[in-house]
Design a protein around this ligand. Structure first.
Ligand code: LLP
Length: 417
């Protein structure tokens, strides 16, 4: 069930109508449904419970403290990829044994932080990282729990920029060298190699790549007789951005696949979904500033820009656009929807069939809860927009927008200038 829908012709998030929030906070802003996040998380949690799986939410998708707190209370662990994300997990009270540390470029300081404050496992991506981690743990008199991330050389059939499991990608240890990794690790006294890890990409909309990659993992474990107790299957579950073109797998089918492949292996299975948990819980609300006739196309210039939502500019990604007032003339018009930033990549939609928006009309960019707020920039000195969370008929600001003076005052003019 979606928690973002029209009630009496006005788009609502749960029981709250969007125009009333817009009047108080001003556009553009992000708006999230707490109930949607809960539903998504519980759907995954309950589904993977069928094979005893644990969910480590990949907070890179959306790391707002309010959202992390909500998920933590529901039983989530966290997948982190920086010392900063690790500290975000800690700040909502998450114990170290519910945190998995991923990432291809962990620093010595990050290793020290996680080792001293507690960590369930580091997902190690190279031999050099293995040696550094062993040294850092040795100096602290600790043993680092680890899994090795393997690169299976499988195409996730997704956008090339978010594909991570092909041999040419920077991620993981090549599948051909995993056995050697186990041999090297067994000779090191300050690491404890507990498992294997894999993450082949994001926005995966078919089970096929998972089937291939997981099949390779299972064969490797059997053929090389790898002694492991844990298996981290990464994230990647796709969502529906385009109501017609995207048809991602159902969570239940994903779980069935995992059971089929690993069911008889007696492994503790971990997954790291990010997008699936938060994507459809969030929208970006913007206002039309101008309707503008170009030589051969019509533009809607809005008050949100690529700094607020970079995905269309960066990955040519599609976000459905809905009017806040459903009654807006349906028309049959094609528009380019663009922001105020001074470059042509500041385009949200090209030649899109949309209703007859007029200046001051509000619109929502749908499925904007993942990889949106976390990728905000302040390009063109545009303050990062406010984030609002709704639950039932309640709403609260969960991130304030900085004032322009806040932004200017962070910068320092040296005394010698
Ligand atoms: N685990 C690891 C090791 C990852 O690198 C990622 C995502 C995830 C889990 C979570 O994947 P998810 O379940 O969210 O697909 N900015 C891009 C997406 C980048 C994904 C990076 N890694 C976008 O806007 O589409």
């Amino acid at each position: 069930m979606t928690h973002i829908k029209y009630i009496d012709g006005i788009l609502h998030v749960e029981e709250v109508d969007i125009p009333s929030i817009a009047r108080e906070v001003g556009t553009p802003f992000y708006l999230f449904s707490a109930s949607q996040i809960e539903d998504n998380f519980l759907a995954v949690k309950n589904s993977v419970a069928s094979f005893g799986g644990h969910v480590f939410y990949a907070m890179k998708a959306n790391s707002n403290q309010a959202i992390l707190k909500l998920l933590f209370e529901l039983g989530a662990g966290f997948d982190v990829v920086s010392g900063g994300e690790y500290q975000r997990a800690k700040a909502v009270g998450c114990p170290g044994d519910r945190i998995v540390f991923s990432g291809v470029g962990k620093t010595k300081d990050e290793m020290e932080l996680a080792l001293t404050k507690g960590i369930r496992q580091f997902n190690v991506e190279s031999f050099s990282e293995l040696h550094l981690l062993n040294t850092v743990a040795g100096k602290l008199g600790l043993i680092a729990p680890i899994a090795v991330r393997m690169n299976p050389d499988v195409d996730a059939e997704t956008h090339e920029k978010i594909s991570t499991g092909k041999a040419q990608n920077k991620f993981g240890v090549p599948i051909t060298r995993v056995e050697e990794f186990f041999q090297v690790a067994s000779g090191l006294s300050n690491v404890n190699l507990l498992g294997l890890d894999i993450h082949i990409g994001s926005q995966i909309t078919s089970l096929r790549p998972y089937e291939k990659a997981f099949g390779k993992v299972a064969s490797l474990i059997r053929e090389k007789n790898l002694q492991i107790s844990r298996l981290d299957l990464g994230g990647g579950l796709g969502v529906t951005y385009h109501p017609i073109h995207d048809n991602p797998p159902k969570v239940g089918d994903y779980s069935q696949l995992v059971r089929n492949i690993f069911g008889d292996m007696n492994l503790e299975i971990e997954i790291e979904p990010g997008r699936f948990i938060v994507a459809d819980s969030g929208i970006l609300v913007a206002k039309v500033l101008y309707r503008k006739k170009g030589e051969n196309r019509d533009f809607l210039v809005i008050d949100a820009a690529m700094n607020d939502l970079i995905r269309p500019a960066m990955y040519s990604s599609y976000h459905e656009i809905k009017p806040i007032r459903e009654s807006i003339d349906k028309g049959n018009k094609k528009f380019d929807v663009v922001g105020p930033i001074c470059e042509s990549s500041d385009t949200f939609a090209e030649n899109r069939n949309l209703p007859e928006f007029e200046p001051d009309d509000l619109m929502a960019f749908m499925t904007a809860g993942a990889y949106s707020t976390v990728m905000v920039s302040e390009y063109n000195t545009r303050p990062a927009v406010a984030e609002i969370l709704v639950k039932g008929d309640k709403w609260a600001c969960i991130k304030k927008s900085p004032t322009i003076s806040d932004m200017i005052n962070r910068e320092i003019i040296p005394s010698w200038l």
